[in-house]
Design a protein around this ligand. Sequence first.
Ligand code: F0G
Length: 459
Amino acid sequence: MSSPAPPRPPFEPYKTKVVERIPNPTREERERALARAHYNLFNLRSDEVRIDLLTDSGTGAMSDRQWAAMMVGDESYAGSRNFAHFEETVRSLTGFPHIIPAHQGRAAENLLFSSLCRPGSIVPNNMHFDTTQAHVLHQHATPVNLAVAEAYDPESDFPFKGNVDVPALERLLRENGPDKVPLVMVTITNNTGGGQPVSLENLRQVAATAAAHRVPVYLDMCRWAENSYLVREREPGMGSRTVPEIGRAFFDLAAGATMSAKKDGLVNIGGFVATRDERLAEKLKEALVLFEGFPTYGGLARRDLEATSVGLVEATDLEYLEHRIGQVRYLAGLLAECGVPFFRPVGGHGVYLDVRRFLPHLTADDLPGQALVVELYREGGVRAVEVGSLMFGTSSGPGSRSLELVRLAIPRRVYSAGQLAYVADVVGRVHARRAAIRGVRMVYRPERLPHFTARFEPK
Ligand code: F0G
């Protein structure tokens, strides 16, 4: 019997112009760093980390064209030509007429939710990201996750685990109506649930359902290019369409969007809110001036806007996306060879380890996701993030349907295939000694967004 061919690294469609030395902390240094950081990897210094898979947000490498764009920054307070280019780029990609820049995704969320929500509002989403959930709660509104049942099954190969459960949405809208539900959000891709895509057909049904109740649909479009790539690959009839065409078909069904350009904008900082609603746009701009800055810079240097205009287009390039998603699949293929359990199918921006199957001997009280990220760092200086009960508390899903994952997020255009192979070795070694891994105990819990600042100790 022949064994399956080993995974092949994807072709890198770029060559290196600048290099950055990566740290190589010793085992003793890693142990000391863990203790000092109270076993919370957000407290590590980056020079204590060998491979940093904490997030794919704002951690990508800009291209030579983006760096060149930075040099044509026009730092005028009002009316910068970089804003004009940015506005024109976002308009032409999305079709949304009103573009309000913001320094990152959560600033866009703050603007949108503070303008649309009231105390007692209900905001449905396929799955809220943690900052999205926190901003809804900040308005004394209630976030509700309405992803399809398959989204909560790490072993199901359903191709669109980001999809919204449309009958559940219909029920929620019928019971509450537009007075209570100011908007429906759909997150593409669904980060909290494994970077999984939403299908165009599902968004069509969501849009029709919401329209019947006169409720607008907003997209959280952070990873819209990755979503479009996966739709192109998986959804019948989409294979011959370009990534911008597919993206545009999604935007055509929505009233607007929030964007963290730190993901599919290929920049280190930036974002925006976009809308078709002129009255809302005026309100958003008033809030913008209060919290972020004048409407032609939105809390950013104008050179950042220029780099974003270039990055937004580069992120739709097919060769770029083939490599991007290819890296995620390459890492998953290597992990599969070691028998490591992960969330299937592999999504757009990282491999999500399935903690319940990885550490079946630990209970929820042992904070197994946090225990696992500590072990990955201890073993090889790899920094990952828990996406589970710690990040989301008990509100991530109705009771037992919540997921317990550890995300290995891959920064865009940063790490080589050799470095990903190193990560797979580290995860494989931790997996081999998994039976001896103990839980952690939380010794300090902040009120909001606990995973950023909580402190732990080994059990
Ligand atoms: N929405 C989604 C789906 C996100 O993944 C994020 C950020 C945000 C909104 C907020 O954007 O960070 O620019 O304020 N996700 C990062 C992550 C932090 O690691 O997944 P931001």
